[in-house]
Design a protein around this ligand. Sequence first.
Ligand code: TRH
Length: 422
Amino acid sequence: MTCLQQPAWDIFCRVIDNYGDAAVCWRLARQLHAEHGCQVRLWIDHLAALHALNPVVNDSEPAQRVDGVEVRVWREADFAAGAGDAIDAITMPDVVVEAFGCGLPDTYSERLASSVLSATTSCPPGHRPIWITLEYLSAEAWVASHHGLPSPHPRLDIDRYFFFPGFSADTGGLLREVDLKLRCAVFQGHDEAIDAFWKRFGWLSPSPGATAISLFGYENPHLGGLLDVWSKGDTPVCLAVTDSRIRPDVLRWLGQAVAGTGESVRRGNLEIRFLPFLTQDDYDLLLWACDWNFVRGEDSFVRAQWAARPFVWHIYPQQENTHGVKLEAFLDNYCADLPAGLQSAFRSLWRTWNGQSADGGVAVGKISAVEAGGQLAAAWAQLASDGGVLLQHASDWSNGLIRQQDLAGKLVDFCRKKRSKA
Ligand code: TRH
């Protein structure tokens, strides 16, 4: 009896900025291996980003295996024309994922296009590789009609397809490990687990009457307005500040130059706790432990939704306010079932946080600090008083999303179907 190989996948990841690119590729790689039995090789050009997310990754090891995934440093020189033997030694995969338009090396693409592969558990003998271009996440309506379309290569004869993550069944879905919701529910249901989490960083859990909030964001001129609201408010707020570009804004508001990890500072009713950059797994625990989460980018945005808690998204800024359109598309979906008053407070908080005008228009960066402070104060007052409704909504939203298949599963099925039609 022939023992067939599991399909082999390559994922190419270029770290453009911060951790999001690495974060998404790493999750996908681990999940394809752990839940779908694929042999996965992750090519990444900046190993330090992966090391920050998972310190088990050795940032000076060009080839290593972590969590069953073969992690390889993507060095242009190794793929340069003339690199000869090095390229020839690379086995061609059944599927290659090009993440976020990072482009594949020409030498690799050419070999890929001329490859004819032997049988695997899901591919017949003589099959050709599939090239997936994994796109950015968006809730915009056009995503569904573009998801899965062929993306002909300008030069090479190869099966290449667009794969769009998204929020509806007709898109590529969202990354979610099979046991994620269960782990989250167990953690959130056990005070001892939450206590143990805070204790690892030297603190008690925030007091029962306090609102625990995590903060991860880009620089934000309106942060001070919100910190003013929280410090002067009636309800205690415990703000957990992770290591990100917004941290200096917090320090500026406090009037101090530095804050050591593990330090906490109090202003009025606001306690600010300074956390280190957490591992990706610990960052999930932080999201689960907090009542509200301020997140950014793409991956933490999705994780906050799985945490089933109210959240605020600081979207990655793009030219010509492309991000404003994406923000509104998500708000339209997320807020659809909220009562009108709450909906407008929620939109106002998100828009102001993102420097958008109150009507969701494109007046980027035009709101004065005073105007923004007023909008944030009004929005927060309303949202805080309707906290129970928002919490239920966050839970319903998360449970709604869970009904659709996750991204890794959809990707595996997509490739299997394409293969069976070939
Ligand atoms: O890093 P980000 O801002 O993300 C990205 C990149 O900028 C990318 O170039 C861009 O294309 C994309 O946004 C839209 O934010 P994101 O996506 O949330 O990724 C951050 C990851 O880091 C996420 O997996 C959570 C993780 N993280 C930790 O592991 N520990 C931490 O302490 C924190 C704050 C985050």
